[in-house]
Design a protein around this ligand. Structure first.
Ligand SMILES: O=C[C@H](O)[C@H](O)COP(=O)(O)O
Ligand SMILES: C=C(OP(=O)(O)O)C(=O)O
Length: 353
């Protein structure tokens, strides 16, 4: 603690030391199987973005992970489905541990793993790493939102695709961080529907940056990056309007062309694209699949918020009352609907030109 409490850190109540990223890696090392999953997952995604692989990538899974047992149950189901649809789609499990809140609320499993305001970030980070390892060991690549710019040092070796959320796409800190990430990065349009900020984020993150961060030992460092060549835009709707329809997609394509960026678009079937009504996600997905079937060449991926059980629940004060496999953040579609939606998309995509 700095020794001038009357003038600095006046609103800070304490500092608690975290293990360094290297220490956590040593405790939970990357296994050969997980390494192969991550490397293969990233390569496949890069190939899709480079049009060397014609399949659609699908980032699908819970809005947030709060129960690793249910999360792994979900991952096993998704892994089984992956084999069925592998000719047309690449399934990447949505493994979100960091939730950006509109105002306040539970900020995710890393921030508060016990969901009781004890904020054991140290425990949350370790359990998050263990969960990612478990999913990667199943052979399922993972996707996450990078919200805290320090977290990738702890978890980045287990991630195949990264999202920058609608609330942070315009943030310089997140663009800088993305320029150094090892995964393709999808930048969401803003909550007001603005796609320009996502295009600017792709441009910014493709350049090298130098900024403050930490290294593996946890030492504050000047981080110098190469720039990320695999940034792309995620359309999530906003300002009360969806933006997955063919006209909105054409407008986004024109904006990318003007910015001299590759025409790579991902549609988030959830959030403002389905008016936050999870049961509408299959309609959004089906529309996207029809656009692809009719020859659209820019739609390379989709995102779906899905869980074992549909809907969502408030976090109860007695955690024993939590409903198994049901979201504690945004509402999701349930497993049966997820399977039906992905199988239907698979059948349709088999017919694509
Ligand atoms: O998907 C996540 C939520 O939409 C986002 O974190 C905002 O959540 P909130 O408006 O409930 O805070
Ligand atoms: C917060 C999320 O999305 P958005 O940034 O689009 O609101 C999310 O996908 O969990």
């Amino acid at each position: 603690m700095l020794n001038t409490p009357d003038i600095e850190n006046t609103n800070v109540t304490s500092f608690a030391t975290m293990p360094s990223p290297v220490e956590l890696h040593q405790k939970l090392p990357l296994t050969d199987l997980a390494f192969t999953t991550v490397m293969k997952g990233r390569e496949t995604l890069r190939n899709i973005l480079d049009r060397k692989d014609k399949r659609l990538f699908v980032v699908v899974g819970p809005c947030s992970i709060h129960d690793p047992v249910a999360g792994l149950d979900y991952a096993r189901r998704l892994k089984a489905l992956q084999a069925e649809v592998a000719d047309t789609m690449v399934l990447v499990m949505r493994v979100y541990f960091e939730k950006p809140r509109t105002t306040t609320g539970w900020k995710g499993y890393i921030n508060d793993p016990f969901m009781d305001d004890s904020f054991r970030v140290d425990v949350g980070m370790e359990r998050a790493r263990q969960f990612l390892l478990d999913v990667c060991e199943l052979g399922l690549p993972t996707a996450t939102e990078a919200l805290d710019p320090i977290s990738p040092q702890y978890l980045g070796d287990l991630i195949a695709w990264t999202a920058i959320g609608a609330r942070t796409t315009e943030s310089q800190t997140h663009r800088e961080m993305s320029s150094g990430l090892s995964t393709p990065v999808g930048f969401k349009n803003g909550t007001d529907g603005d796609i320009e900020i996502a295009i600017n984020a792709v441009l910014s993150s493709s350049s090298p940056h130098s900024f403050l961060g930490i290294n593996g030992q946890g030492t504050v460092s000047i981080v110098r990056t190469r720039g990320n060549g695999y940034g792309h835009v995620v359309l999530r709707g906003g300002g009360g309007r969806p933006n997955y329809d063919s006209v909105s997609v054409a407008i986004a394509e024109q904006a990318l062309k003007k910015a001299k960026l590759p025409a790579n678009l991902v549609v988030d079937c959830s959030h403002a694209n389905s008016y936050k009504k999870p049961e509408l996600q299959p309609l959004v997905m089906s529309d996207v699949i029809q656009q692809i079937r009719h020859g659209n060449g820019s739609l390379v991926g989709v995102m779906i918020e899905s869980n074992i059980v549909s809907g969502n629940q408030a976090i109860p004060s007695d955690l024993a009352q939590l409903k198994y496999g049901c979201s504690v953040t945004d509402g999701c579609i349930g497993w049966e609907d997820t399977e039906a939606m992905l199988r239907s998309a698979h059948r349709e995509l088999l017919q694509r030109p």
